[in-house]
Design a protein around this ligand. Structure first.
Ligand code: NAD
Ligand code: AHE
Ligand code: ZN
Length: 419
């Protein structure tokens, strides 16, 4: 079946720091190894706001934002083998080709296959599938989920040795040898169609990022508060989380699942305490209540010398420093999740690292999307990961700017946009 260009509606960001406008756009048919998805729901992540603000060095305009969505495959291009029309899917901003040196390393979830073009707002063939009023629109993080239909990349070009060119008159087509291995697919994953898609969509970024940072990147260990330091470190389960938005609350969930003994939530917004505790926090600290003492000192005093794991979920480089310095000497790890604006840098005394504290980063929670996301969807369905509780606001596409307003209103964890 040859698919046609689709006309649909999308929220377009024409320039930085201006409200999005709902436009009629055209979405070209999926090319080889591409998938066109009818988006049914999308979350709005702080990172969408960050790039819209103009502070992202990779930001390009005009663009269709959104990278936390769920939908149904509408059509696929040639050589797509992993998904088919009708499949429920989540687009992946962290691809997984299983072929590049990153994927094969066993050391990271980052994938090198499409990252360069994705960062420039283009599909791997250096073009865009979106147009509006005759003008090309850029893709965002390989997902662009603020559109009724979006194109994402599915698989990398078929390796030459797997392809047999066939000449039919003037048409050159390609066929795969019957026993050839399935071609790897990279930026989309099929999930259980029984999963509630409005919630599962949030596994496309924030929830997976926080949960994975605790369970995959840090690998928080089971802790014991009983005689922990005094009798030779019985477990290392002391955790502090800075910034209790959708990401930080999901770190708390992961830390709780891994049986952390104490989970200290830190946020300047006191309204975050209730949900933080419901997601696993045992303590809540508002740095504004300790204006005479640096927050790292407050935490060190609370924990007999510091935390085993800290997480920055704010994107604030001063907070990142505090999170590192709140770690216990000798072994404390601090995980940077927050995204800081272009030009921002982190600093600390090197002595902090010399004396055993470790600074790490985490993208998409260290989760390999194609391999692990279906399992996380099952975890959600079994109640091991809470998502519904984090959806505080719902809007239709027409009102998507209200979701950005809500993000800054102090009561919002995640908005879900319906199409
Ligand atoms: P959010 O805006 O919902 O939450 C941020 C929270 O931090 C808020 O509750 C806010 O009150 C709190 N906060 C702000 N300044 C603070 C301070 N000085 N001390 C303590 N708390 C403070 O954002 P989110 O969607 O949860 O995302 C969090 C961060 O993670 C953002 O920077 C986002 O861009 C980033 N992010 C990174 C990844 C990744 O893969 N690395 C993925 C998703 C989001
Ligand atoms: N373009 C940004 C990149 C910011 C960034 O670190 N992004 C995270 C995902 S945030 C999702 O909400 C990430 O996965 N980074 C790894 C990568 O390859 O982009 C900038 O600041 O330049
Ligand atoms: Zn995000």
């Amino acid at each position: 079946v040859i698919s046609q260009t689709i006309k649909c509606r999308a929220a377009v960001a024409w320039e930085a720091a201006k409200p999005l406008t709902i436009e009629d756009i055209e979405v070209a048919p999926p090319q080889a190894h591409e998938v066109r998805i009818k988006i049914l729901y999308t979350g709005v992540c702080h990172t969408d706001y960050y790039t819209l603000s103009g502070k992202d060095s990779e930001g390009v305009f005009p663009v269709i934002f959104g990278h936390e969505g769920g939908g149904v495959v509408e059509s696929v291009g040639e050589h797509v083998t992993n998904v088919a029309p009708g499949d429920h899917v989540i687009p992946l901003y962290t691809a997984e080709c299983r072929e590049c040196k990153f994927c094969k390393s066993g050391k990271t979830n980052l994938c090198g296959k499409v990252r360069a073009t994705q960062g420039r707002g283009l599909m791997p063939d250096e073009t865009s599938r979106f147009t509006c009023k005759g003008q090309q629109l850029f893709h965002y993080m390989g997902c662009s989920t603020f559109s009724e239909y979006t194109g994402t990349y599915s698989s990398f070009p078929v390796p030459k040795d797997l392809v047999r060119p066939v000449l039919n008159d003037c048409i050159i087509s390609f066929s795969l040898p019957v026993k050839s291995p399935v071609v790897a697919d990279v930026s989309v994953v099929k999930i259980n169609p029984k999963a509630k898609l409005d919630s599962a969509a949030l596994l496309g970024c924030g929830i997976t990022t926080g949960f994975g940072a605790a369970t995959r990147t840090a690998k928080v260990e089971e802790g014991s508060t009983v005689g922990r330091r005094e009798c030779g470190c019985v477990g290392f389960g002391l955790v502090a989380i800075f910034g209790m938005g959708g990401v930080g609350l999901s770190v708390a969930q992961g830390a709780r699942l891994n049986k952390a003994s104490r989970i200290i939530a830190i946020d300047t917004n006191p309204k975050k305490e209730k949900l933080s505790r419901e997601m696993g926090a045992t303590d809540f600290v508002n740095p504004l209540d300790h204006s005479n003492t640096p927050i790292q000192q407050v935490l060190i005093d609370m924990t007999d010398g510091g935390l085993d794991y800290t997480f920055d979920c704010t994107g604030n480089v001063q907070v990142m420093r505090a999170a590192l310095e709140a770690c216990h000497k000798g072994w404390g790890q601090s995980i940077i999740i927050g995204v800081a604006a272009a030009g921002q840098e982190i600093s600390t005394r090197p002595f902090q690292l010399v004396t055993g504290r470790v600074w790490k980063g985490s993208a998409f929670g260290g989760v390999k999307g194609r391999t692990e996301l279906p399992g996380l969807v099952e975890d959600y369905m079994e109640g091991k990961i809470k998502i519904d509780e984090l959806i505080t606001h719902r809007f239709n596409l027409d009102d998507i700017n209200l979701a950005f307003d809500a993000m800054h209103g102090g009561d919002c964890i995640r908005s879900v946009i319906s199409f």
